[in-house]
Ligand binder design. Structure first.
Ligand SMILES: [Zn+2]
Length: 331
């Protein structure tokens, strides 16, 4: 069931990609509206290696020499104190992890442990080889352990998370109160559940409720709302202008990428494509308006998605409305 639906989505997405490059929608011919520019040959930095939305899987591998240059030890709990110094993540992801663990405790009384963050190519090679030994074939091993060069852990943007009551990394974590909290709240801090039940045809992995991947709050929340694998999300995101990926808030991103993943071309895409630098802020604002939930202002959506520092100019704040900026933003 899930398999055929996702395949249809993939085909539709490929068709959409072709249609963005070549004008093949009759509506475009009738209205003569300018079509979005073809995707740039160089992907925006956010989609490239080192960017928050860089996609890594068995089909998209990285070199054995890649190592992020901003790895730090997050100030979070671990199963044993001695493990703490061995756990590393890239700076922004580490800060987000600290915020998430703190919120889990303050909001719900849950203690979370960090189990495994950055892993070098060499360490991944050792894990992979021992899994192959254990299960007897590469094929079986690859359902559980990524071959070296294809692990999210090499990016320094992934963390395996544990609960005190479930110290093995297995699907039981998803049934613990801590695991349920992570599944429902990780996006508020910029993390997604990368491998969910029913996505194996797309991601290549069985469900891993303990494995979270940092993509930033705007994208994590859009992905959470759309409930689609990162592969599907990134295929559509790659068709958006770079400034939309770095400055668009979750209502806009979900509003655009949801229909795109289903093979449709949202009308807003036409106005966003080809905007000059000076026009971008206004285009983002106008394109976001139809997707804003009732009672949420554009500024609230932006502040939720980019707490501080924001990647673009600060939002205009009406001083009279200042007291209403914070409720319900969760940020
Ligand atoms: Zn993991």
């Amino acid at each position: 069931m899930a398999r055929s639906r996702l395949s249809v989505k993939r085909v539709a997405l490929a068709a959409l990609a072709a249609c963005l490059v070549f004008p093949c929608f009759s509506v475009a011919a009738q209205t003569a509206a300018p079509l979005p520019s073809p995707p740039p040959a160089e992907p925006p930095a956010i989609l490239a290696l080192g960017g928050d939305l860089f996609l890594i899987n068995r089909a998209h591998r990285i070199s054995k020499t890649y190592e992020p240059d901003d790895l730090v030890t997050p100030e979070v709990g671990t199963r044993k104190a001695s493990l703490k110094d061995r756990i590393l993540m890239r700076k922004a992801a580490a800060t987000a992890l600290e915020d998430m663990f703190r919120a889990a405790f303050q909001e719900a009384g849950h203690t979370l442990f960090a189990a495994s963050g950055y892993r070098s190519f060499g360490i991944q090679q050792i894990l992979y080889n021992s899994k192959v030994q254990e299960v007897g074939s590469r094929e079986k091993a690859e359902r559980r352990v990524a071959p070296p060069g294809s692990s999210e852990h090499q990016l320094g943007l992934a963390m395996d998370v544990q609960a005190p009551s479930e110290l093995n990394l297995n699907t039981n974590f998803g049934s613990t109160e801590e695991g349920k909290w992570v599944a429902q709240n990780a996006h508020r801090f910029g993390f997604i559940l990368r491998y969910k039940e029913g996505w194996r045809e797309v991601t290549g992995y069985s469900a891993e409720p303990w494995h979270i991947r940092y993509v930033g709050i705007a994208h994590a929340t859009a992905i959470f709302q759309l409930d689609i694998p990162m592969e599907t999300y990134v295929a559509a995101a790659a068709l958006l202008p770079g400034y939309v990926l770095t400055g668009g808030s979750h209502p806009l991103l979900a509003g655009l990428i949801g229909p795109m993943a289903a093979g449709e071309t949202p009308e807003a895409l036409r106005s966003l494509a080809g905007a000059k630098a000076a026009e971008r802020e206004e285009r983002l604002r106008a394109a976001t308006a139809p997707y804003l939930p009732e009672g949420t202002s554009y500024e609230q959506a932006l502040w939720y998605a980019y707490p501080t520092p924001r990647p673009t100019a600060g939002p205009r704040v009406d001083m009279d409305e200042e007291t209403s900026l914070y409720p319900d933003t969760g940020g």
